[in-house]
Design a binder for this molecule. Structure first.
Ligand SMILES: Cc1cc2nc3c(=O)[nH]c(=O)nc-3n(C[C@H](O)[C@H](O)[C@H](O)COP(=O)(O)OP(=O)(O)OC[C@H]3O[C@@H](n4cnc5c(N)ncnc54)[C@H](O)[C@@H]3O)c2cc1C
Length: 469
């Protein structure tokens, strides 16, 4: 019997036959995530554990057989991070989706990794609390969010996932279980393993529990839309908005082509007059929130005047429904790009003030390669999302390399929030400091000495294995 068949039997012993799929029973969904360039891979088995103990037993079995394991949350990732390995096993967390505790005195929730953002949000509403990290896809799981350090539109106010995870329970590549952090906000007690695991894309440990920081839920919000004649003017306005003291919840820019695409895709008309639309090359969308309606009105007024003074062609305070529709359409920008045949997406992050330089370089690179590159992004935190239309894979690869290299040379990083996964690892290998990459591999081998956790994500799989054997 081969190691893979032995592992199948052991998985059934651990999780029960009903929670192990093999061969033709494996759902196509388990073979890929949402990365546009991803190639689906059929694993040998999918297992759905029900507890930390079962996860630990699965990892011990896989480690003893040298069988690769790929963690899977909801499969909404955009970098191929949960793409399985052939002859490997997918560990799907869909059964581990409970809220274990909502602690209103400490403002924390303790959750299992398969819980989705939408489920957590619905459960927090009656308590007047919110988990404020808001990546655009609410069907994403908390485990996937932790593993990718998910960000999203509210990062300008609240930060990203790593600012809201106070503790985790996780299973190392040896099958050992570690608990790090807890219901407290400060700790200087050795290396911070919670922060190391956040953003590690399933390569260091399988997260089986997370303690999340919650906030009081503001009741009132307002959405402002400001068309501008150039992106440079938006970039110049953003630092003033951030420094204004109104504490915006979202500060998003949307270029002309993307705005046309996402509003058409969502079937919404924002009522911007034709003569303003004709002059607008980009839009700034700002959402404010408050616990007090009078305070919100004052902040909205201050901000509208500020935007007008900072060169906006006009400023619209959208009716509630239009504001919700626009933010919803912006969330679905990826689906609009996909529906229109985009070949790839870029998620580079630069210092906020470098956005104009970044976009000028992008325009030049697009023209040089006869590619279409358009986008929108989290202007408040320098995260530039680009959709790329270039059907020649070699030209596209060179274009993406040069775009990401431009971001890195402006003081940025390869990925702001989507992660490296399998699809962006060649760019990381080319553009990241080799000393740092080597240290990352050595950290991986400390957590996962046999190299079974998500091989092929972040690093080249051969190099990762060679390092640890
Ligand atoms: C329309 C759309 C909009 C999006 N917008 C944003 C956005 O604004 N900001 C943003 O940050 N992301 C965004 N994303 C990307 C995606 O939603 C996030 O990366 C999300 O965190 C992935 O969660 P998931 O449960 O789908 O994870 P998966 O795709 O299942 O997995 C993602 C990674 O996490 C690992 N993983 C999953 N569960 C565990 C676990 N329990 N332990 C260890 N590793 C685990 C996987 O192995 C993989 O490497 C968007 C995606 C879509 C489709």
């Amino acid at each position: 019997m081969s190691a893979v068949h032995e592992i199948e039997d052991r998985l059934i012993d651990i999780a029960g036959a009903v929670n192990v799929d093999t061969g033709a029973d494996i759902n196509q969904d388990a073979t890929h995530d949402e990365a546009l360039t991803g190639v689906p891979v059929r694993p040998r088995a999918v297992v759905r554990p029900g507890s930390t103990e079962e996860v630990a037993a699965i990892v011990r079995a896989a480690a003893s057989e040298g069988v690769p394991l790929t963690a899977r949350g909801s499969g909404t990732g955009l970098s191929g991070g949960c793409t399985p390995v052939e002859a490997g096993v997918v560990v799907s967390f869909e059964r581990m989706n409970r809220i274990l505790e909502i602690d209103t005195a400490n403002h924390v929730a303790v959750v299992e990794p398969g819980l989705t953002l939408a489920e957590l949000d619905a459960a927090l509403i009656p308590f007047g609390l919110v988990y404020p990290v808001f990546p655009g896809e609410q069907s994403a799981s908390l485990g996937g969010n932790v593993a990718t350090n998910a960000g999203g539109m509210r990062a300008v106010k609240y930060g990203v996932t790593r600012h809201h995870v106070l503790g985790i329970t996780a299973v190392l590549g040896t099958g050992e279980v570690v608990t790090s952090g807890g219901k407290f906000v400060k700790s200087t007690s050795g290396y911070d393993l919670t922060q190391l695991v956040i953003g590690s894309e399933g390569t260091l440990a399988l997260v089986t529990r997370a303690t999340l920081r919650l906030h009081p839920r503001p009741e009132f919000s307002a959405t402002l839309l400001a068309p501008y004649a150039s992106l440079d003017e938006i970039a110049a306005a953003v630092p003033h908005v951030v420094a204004s003291g109104v504490g915006p919840l979202m500060v998003e820019y949307i270029d002309l082509v993307s705005m046309a695409g996402i509003t058409a895709n969502a079937g919404i008309d924002l009522g911007v007059p034709d003569e303003v639309q004709a002059r607008a090359l980009a839009y700034l969308v700002i959402v404010l929130e408050s616990h007090h309606t009078e305070r919100l009105e004052e902040d909205t007024q201050v901000l509208a005047e500020m935007l007008a003074a900072l060169g906006a062609l006009d400023v619209y305070v959208l009716p509630d429904q239009s504001g919700t529709d626009l933010v919803g359409a912006r969330e679905r920008a990826f689906w609009a790009a996909k529906a229109n045949g985009a070949d790839d997406i870029v998620d580079v992050v630069v210092p906020r003030a470098a956005i104009p330089d970044m976009l000028a370089t992008v325009n030049g690179l697009a023209a040089d390669t006869s590619s279409l590159v358009v986008g929108c992004g989290h202007a408040g935190d320098g995260n530039v999302h680009l959709s790329v239309w270039q059907s020649d894979p070699e030209v596209r690869h060179r274009l993406l390399h040069d775009i990401i290299a431009a971001g890195v040379s402006l003081g940025g990083a390869v990925s702001g929030e989507h992660g490296i996964g399998t699809e962006k690892r060649s760019y990381l290998a080319d553009l990241e400091d080799p000393v740092k990459l080597d240290l990352l591999r050595r950290i991986k081998s400390a957590f996962d000495p046999v190299g079974i956790l998500n091989p092929g994500t972040i690093f080249d799989p051969v190099a990762a294995h060679a390092e640890v054997r």
